[in-house]
Write a protein that binds this ligand. Sequence first.
Ligand SMILES: Cc1cc2nc3c(=O)[nH]c(=O)nc-3n(C[C@H](O)[C@H](O)[C@H](O)COP(=O)(O)OP(=O)(O)OC[C@H]3O[C@@H](n4cnc5c(N)ncnc54)[C@H](O)[C@@H]3O)c2cc1C
Length: 384
Amino acid sequence: MIRNPAHLEALVADIRSFVREQWHPIEEQVARDDVVPTAMVDTLRSKGYFGWSIPEAYGGLGLTTEELVLCAMELSQASVALRARVGTNTGIGSEALVADGTEEQKQRWLPRMAAGELTGCLALTEPEAGSEATNIQTTARRDGDHYVLNGTKCFITNAPVADVFTVIARTEPDTRGSKGLSAFLVERSPGLTTGTPYRKMGQMGSPVSDVTFDNCRVHASQLIGGQEGVGFQTVMKVLNKQRLHLAALCTGPAIRMLDLALEHTSQRKQFGQALADFQLVQAMIADSRTDIFAARSMILEAARARDRGEDVALSASMCKYFASEMCGRVADRAVQMFGGSRYVADFSPIERYYRDVRLFRLYEGTSQIHQLNIAKLVLRGEGK
Ligand SMILES: Cc1cc2nc3c(=O)[nH]c(=O)nc-3n(C[C@H](O)[C@H](O)[C@H](O)COP(=O)(O)OP(=O)(O)OC[C@H]3O[C@@H](n4cnc5c(N)ncnc54)[C@H](O)[C@@H]3O)c2cc1C
């Protein structure tokens, strides 16, 4: 649903010029230094980019799902580090509060997250709870007005720079699986430590680390929704929306890689002809554009369905699966179309994207987990 086409058009135009004029020139530096400069974070704050999906009542832009995915496809035509810096606040870091927080909790944290004053993150994964996300070992034991958290989370995007952590922990020690889990909004406080950022295959400038809870005391008012035992339902609400968001974030890089490949294959000549004149190169162009069109179309349809209040569990899973695989295919073809020049060039956008986008098929549900989920829902006769 697009509420005000003129406003959306202005926002998309602003993102497009910002990405091209202010972000593309510093991408190489961000990748080399492995950090987004503070001045750039301030610019993102002043532009309101941290608050896209936070409701207007709490200081955000309150974008609908359709508006969010259209903006995400623009923002992600940049190196992944850019959108990852704001992406937890516009996605997994704020959505549990938006979906299930009490009014007091929303008032307390969302305005500062929308302003980018607080950076959020989602701490779900653990060493023994990856694809089997319900196998959570982190515990939250009630102690008077507080809960005491113990355990370790791993692979948490933005943890090293985060101020607030949406944490899933087990409040009922004798339970297993999705039962007995609760969601907390934990501020950086004694007993919570974040590890050294990992050295990764790609996505330099997007810090990811462990989060450890060692008798970390969290006030009961920080139990999201004020209700124990429904943490996994909260996470699934977050992920169903996030899968559409992430699918859109997989589409932007594919659009940019194809644009770069079109420019290159039109200019470079071999055998006295532009590469783009060769039909085998044209096949790669055609397949890439078709892939992008298919992803964009399905994401928009699913986003509109979500805005109409429909259940998008199946379509969101299909979008994430297809768009992340699609982006990997386009990255591979882009490297092929550039030939040796972008295999050897340090920090060229294509070489960097090839490494950066590999993660899309792994996080927020691996491709295999989405295949299983899609098949399960189809066999149950759910969705259209
Ligand atoms: C850089 C990075 C950032 C991340 N950010 C976050 C974050 O912000 N917050 C967060 O909570 N988590 C985050 N994650 C964690 C991410 O979601 C997990 O890595 C992912 O869910 C996969 O879990 P795993 O790594 O333990 O792999 P595993 O579960 O060990 O899977 C390994 C392989 O086995 C396959 N497999 C597993 N089970 C099955 C099955 N039943 N059938 C078929 N195949 C199967 C998988 O598909 C995969 O190919 C991040 C991870 C990375 C690497």
